[in-house]
Design a protein around this ligand. Structure first.
Ligand code: GUN
Length: 289
């Protein structure tokens, strides 16, 4: 039996970042305009620190300005809101990203709603959520958008395909479902309370797994030849004390059944930052038209 095509998110994201670099240089030449991205990190969560460092590096690489604001874990909510208000009115800042999760004493939804929707490069503000759902000019959440780019590169037209999204988060599951509806897929959103989940997944031409449970989607849940997008990034311990990253899909099983599958790492992960840079470029262009 032939094994699935491995969808190379690293390679695709390199190409996307090259195209963004070209456009950033064109904006700088023709309009004297440099897109700027502000990233705010509250606290010292090690995974978040890695993400923020990587975002900074990639932002500078494509020729944009990067503004990183690191605040102590006990920063009062009103101080974070004051910082955001300043970034909203700063003409050098075209995109604002507040790294999640935030410490528990801070109201995440209040912070998201404080960001100017025109600068909301995460696409989490209710204005952007609403526009994605109702067909306006939205900034679209980065991880689902990156997943969609990989799907379209792999499959071409998605129209009429059965898609099952496992997970209903605001960051991935819900916006992924909206994007797939926009592509004329027949979309099912499954979650922890879904009955007969394996049978639901078995109907899908496209499976998007975004639940945060290592290896949860098994090989025998998949329709032969389907396309699997694994959004999970789970760190698990090895017997020898080291650790490794695994997705939400049992890769070694799934690769024998699926037609194409994203690996973890090297699948969706690198696409997220590339799409963040794309959103920053789009936000900058829209603020200056
Ligand atoms: N933490 C995990 N994923 C994300 C994301 O897409 N955006 C932000 N701001 N924080 C995150």
């Amino acid at each position: 039996m032939t094994e699935a095509t491995i969808i190379d998110g690293n390679r695709f994201s390199v190409g996307l970042r090259e195209r963004i670099t070209t456009e950033v240089h064109a904006l700088r030449e023709s309009r004297r305009l440099t897109p700027g991205l502000a990233v705010v990190l509250v606290g010292e969560d090690p995974a978040s620190q890695v993400y923020v460092r990587t975002k900074h590096k990639r932002t500078v690489e494509v020729g944009m300005e990067s503004f990183v604001h690191t605040l102590p874990v006990d920063t009062p909510e009103h101080e974070l809101l004051t910082l955001i208000a300043g970034l909203n009115s700063d003409p050098a800042v075209h995109g604002i990203l507040v790294q999640l999760p935030l410490p528990r004493h801070i109201d995440t939804q209040k912070v998201i709603e404080a960001i100017d929707p025109a600068k909301d490069v995460d696409g989490f503000h209710p204005v952007n959520v609403g526009r994605l759902a109702s067909g306006g000019e939205a900034l679209v959440p980065c991880t689902p958008f990156g997943s969609l780019l990989l799907l379209k590169d792999q499959l071409g037209d998605l129209s009429g395909l059965d898609a099952v999204v496992v997970g209903r988060s605001n960051i991935v599951g819900k916006p992924m479902a909206q994007l797939l509806i926009r592509e004329s897929c027949t979309v099912t959103v499954a979650h922890s309370r879904t009955r007969d989940l394996p049978d639901v997944v078995r109907r899908a031409d496209i499976v998007v797994a975004a639940v945060g449970k290592p290896g949860m989607v098994r090989g025998d849940w998949l329709k032969p030849g389907c396309t699997v997008i694994d959004v999970g990034i789970n760190r698990i311990a090895n017997p020898d004390g080291t650790s490794r990253l695994v997705g939400d899909v049992a890769f070694d099983e799934a690769v024998k059944v699926a037609g194409a599958i994203t690996p973890v790492p090297g699948g969706v992960g690198p696409m997220t930052i590339a799409c963040l840079l794309r959103n920053t470029l789009v936000a900058c262009a829209r603020q200056h038209r």
